[in-house]
Design a binder for this molecule. Structure first.
Ligand code: G3P
Length: 219
């Protein structure tokens, strides 16, 4: 399973990219606003220059024509831009047109498996089930990921990738991988938290202390 980071914060993206774990980035209007991206085009291009992989940029139009217009514009910014389209009636029609033009779409706000199937049939490159938001309302979000993965695997004509989104904690990363998701996108805090373990810290401290004793001839 590949890992994307779900943020528009350039510093966080630089740090995580330097660890060699990032295959892409997902953004949305909330994340761009939080990062204070005044010149959105420049901001997205900068992200594309840090991470050599798909970078999702979301449309804000709600009609098909507007979505297609925005998508064409965003896709022209950089070859790695993937356009995020919400799973609505207008969105599906837009995905169909964009897929025919070779513009990659990440279908967002997926909350049931049939929405994912529709997006795949319309030609989306990725579907993003929002598992954390389902967990938030006491529904098992990972079940949605599992069902989509199974449905897609059962149909050899579907090549759409499952991008598990809205992850809340490190365990979600493990479960998404076990469920067979192609990609998981998580906020920087979740990706960072998953790296740390108290036994790693204690173990390292002990190794360093023993090394010092050895150097001082006390071992
Ligand atoms: O990539 C989807 C993500 O931005 C939604 O996450 O944490 O707002 O539910 P969240």
């Amino acid at each position: 399973m590949k890992l994307f980071v779900d943020t528009a914060d350039l510093q966080e993206i630089r740090t995580l990219a330097s660890w060699g774990i990032l295959a892409g980035v997902t953004t949305n209007p909330t994340l761009l606003a939080r990062a204070g991206a005044r010149d959105v085009r420049q901001h997205i291009v900068e992200i594309c220059e840090i991470v050599q992989g798909p970078v999702s940029m979301e449309v804000v139009a709600t009609d098909t024509e507007g979505m297609v217009r925005e998508a064409r514009e965003y896709a022209s910014w950089h070859p790695n831009v993937v356009v995020k389209i919400p799973i609505t009636e207008a969105g599906l029609a837009a995905i169909r047109i964009l897929a025919q033009e070779g513009i990659r779409v990440n279908t967002t706000l997926i909350f049931n498996p049939v929405q994912a199937l529709y997006a795949a049939l319309a030609g989306a490159t990725y579907v993003s089930p929002f598992l954390g938001r389902l967990d938030d309302i006491a529904t098992e979000g990972m079940t949605l990921v599992r069902e989509i993965v199974t449905m897609f695997r059962n149909d050899p004509d579907i090549h759409t990738q499952v991008l598990a989104a809205s992850l809340r904690h490190p365990r979600h990363i493990v479960e998404a991988a076990k469920a067979g998701a192609d990609i998981a996108t998580a906020p920087p805090a979740v990706l960072k938290k998953a790296l740390h373990h108290p036994l790693t810290d204690i173990g390292l401290e002990r190794f360093l202390a023993d090394w010092r004793r050895l150097q001082e001839g006390q071992a």
